[in-house]
Design a protein around this ligand. Structure first.
Ligand code: JFZ
Length: 582
């Protein structure tokens, strides 16, 4: 992985510049690179957020609490002494590690990551370093992580732990709890007495760990983070560390939650998208906003075509049950993967730039897998392929697909209807080991007009919905503390100044709200924004040119769309924005 080597050289240069002691040995480097290749082949994993927050499950003192369930202690400023009481009620009698591991296996997942300690500070494993743990404080009295890690090992699933290293609302030295503890904190005693010993415990007691998933790096210093990294690599050199350890000390990158880069993204090494099946990580009893398996299968193909892994989350109940809808969704994905896995596992990213939502490509030597996500009818045209195609066939059932190829245009003859509405994969065999793609079509380049569809965005907010029939999102509600919106993530792919077009539909009766399309975050309109009024379209989809320009830089994290002022036009249907190079 040459590109991650670039990252590593940068890291080493930085370490030398700062004269830091912790530097990976040759052995650690070699083991890490091998583990990264293995991790890259895995593509698909199960994330599990499980903790005391599954008891309140999104409700506190009879009141519904908006937002992600595992943050309830923070949102409600629940005193440590009161939150601690939850431990006495935590009794997951229905927990069965074999069943959880088997679900991951049935879903076609290759690895599992579970919360050993989330921001609430409660250890979900037997810890000697802190009495605030599942064995010592709950009626359950057992360490479920022992069962789970063994069940994963038996099935050949890589096992990893999430560990919140900086935020810990249970400790004065941890970050985040300013309702029980003074604002000023000293992190070092907390690190020495809790974090370092617990990280040793999770590395020592559960067999070989595929990875450690740190989170929300905040105010830990570079030397503190280096100690943490050094400790992990000393105990298990092949254990991967994610980027949320902070200060660029990870082995691979996390995108934001549910955040998918809009183009092929391989410049900064391996990455992973952590994502939810509904709108929470930890269990919330009222959250039934489940994603459609078709959406998730498409997102898996999309992410893999761009070079990433997909880490999909479930939030088990306090009884130890993974919600039924989550199980059903994952098993549906597993059925698709059982037939089409060859087009996902062990593949490399698309050699083509991403343009539209009709198809994506993944690759193996001598082969392209064309994932058809939105059925184009009897013909699919793929522009820019210069390698000679020798054969094309459906991956499911192996039936041959007729094709023609002339002047850099491959045309596949397809059935009128999608054989698999989730993602029909066509295997295109080529005469070259690596596909040759013409200038203007290659990954890393952009078309003159770039459509950013609602399907490719992150739907932010509990009321936003996507509709496959109209290929649009709606439900742009506004609340006092938050606003529903769509986010697109450029990940360095999009530098430029663009004219923008908006494709949407709005019934006249609900027209009139103001909209805002902007880059970066809500608070600073740094790179400017485009604002205007949502006019009625008689319910029909129209494309309108917006005034002004949108400037996107390498540092731009997000492009976002939201309503402003009132949300009368919330039911409007937004299909896409188009960035046009002037
Ligand atoms: C963090 C946690 O706070 C959350 O509870 C959950 O565990 C999630 C997986 O990770 O939340 C984040 C962290 C980083 C970003 C967004 C949410 N980010 O970088 O966009």
């Amino acid at each position: 992985m040459s590109l991650s080597r670039i990252g590593r050289i940068g890291l080493v240069a930085m370490m030398i510049a700062l004269a830091l002691p912790a530097q990976d040995s040759a052995q650690v480097k070699a083991e890490t690179e091998k583990a990264l290749r293995h991790f890259d082949d895995n593509k698909f994993g199960l994330f599990i957020h499980w903790g005391l927050y599954a008891i309140p499950a999104g409700e506190w003192k009879g009141k519904y609490v908006r937002g992600i369930g595992e943050w309830i202690m923070f949102r409600e400023k629940i005193p440590v002494t009161e939150y601690e009481g939850l431990a006495q009620q935590f009794n997951p009698v229905k927990f069965n590690g074999e069943e959880w591991a088997q679900l991951a296996k049935d879903a076609g997942m290759k690895y599992m990551v579970i919360t050993s300690k989330h921001h609430d500070g409660f250890a979900m494993f037997g810890s000697k370093a802190s009495g605030y743990n599942i064995v010592d404080r709950t009626p359950f009295k057992r360490d479920p992580m022992k069962d789970l890690s063994a069940a994963c090992a038996r099935r050949g699933l890589d096992f990893g732990f999430y560990y919140s290293q900086d935020q810990d609302w249970h400790e004065a030295g941890g970050r985040g709890n300013n309702w029980d503890f003074p604002e000023k904190r000293d992190a070092q005693p907390y690190l020495n007495n809790k974090v370092f010993p617990q990280v040793k415990e999770i590395l020592g007691g559960y067999g070989k760990l595929g990875l450690i998933w740190f989170d929300t790096p905040g105010l830990l210093s570079i030397p503190q983070v280096d100690s943490l990294r050094g400790m992990v690599k000393q105990l298990q050199p092949s254990c991967l560390i994610n980027s949320r350890i902070g200060h660029g000390r990870g082995d691979y990158t996390q995108t934001g939650d549910n955040a998918i880069p809009i183009q092929v993204y391989v410049a900064d090494g391996k990455w992973e998208v952590p994502a939810t099946l509904n709108d929470t990580w930890g269990f919330k009893k009222n959250d039934q906003n489940w994603k459609d398996p078709r959406d998730l299968i498409g997102k898996l193909a999309d992410i893999v075509s761009k070079g990433g892994n997909y880490l999909l989350n479930v939030g088990p109940t306090s009884e130890g049950v993974i919600p039924k809808p989550s199980q059903e969704i994952l098993r549906t994905m597993g059925k698709w993967l059982a037939v089409n896995g060859e087009s996902i596992y062990g593949t490399s990213a698309s050699p083509f730039m991403i343009n539209g939502i009709t198809w994506r490509a993944t690759a193996k030597p001598g082969k392209l897998f064309i994932h058809i996500l939105n059925w184009p009818g009897r013909s699919l045209k793929i522009e820019g392929l210069e390698s000679k195609v020798t054969r094309a066939s459906l991956l499911a059932g192996k039936a041959a697909v007729k094709f023609t190829q002339k002047a850099g245009m491959l045309e596949l003859a397809l059935p009128a209807k999608a054989p698999d509405v989730n993602d029909t994969v066509v295997v295109v065999e080529i005469a070259d080991s690596q596909a040759k793609v013409a200038d203007g079509h290659r990954a890393g380049q952009l078309p003159a007009r770039l459509d950013l569809f609602a399907w490719e965005s992150r739907l932010r907010g509990e009321e936003v919905r996507y509709d496959f029939v109209t290929q649009s999102a709606h439900g742009f509600r506004r609340f006092q503390s938050e606003t529903n919106m769509l986010y697109w993530y450029p990940y360095k792919a999009l530098e430029g100044s663009y004219q923008v077009e908006l494709t949407y539909a709005c019934d006249d009766a609900v027209a009139g709200s103001n909209y805002r399309l902007f880059v970066d975050d809500r608070s600073k309109p740094a790179n400017g924004s485009i604002e205007g009024v949502i006019n009625g379209t008689g319910g029909k989809f129209v494309t309108v040119k917006l005034p002004g320009r949108l400037d996107v830089t390498k540092q731009t994290n997000t492009i976002a769309f939201q309503l402003q002022g009132d949300d009368k036009s919330a039911p409007m249907k937004l299909r896409k924005i188009t960035l046009v190079r002037p």
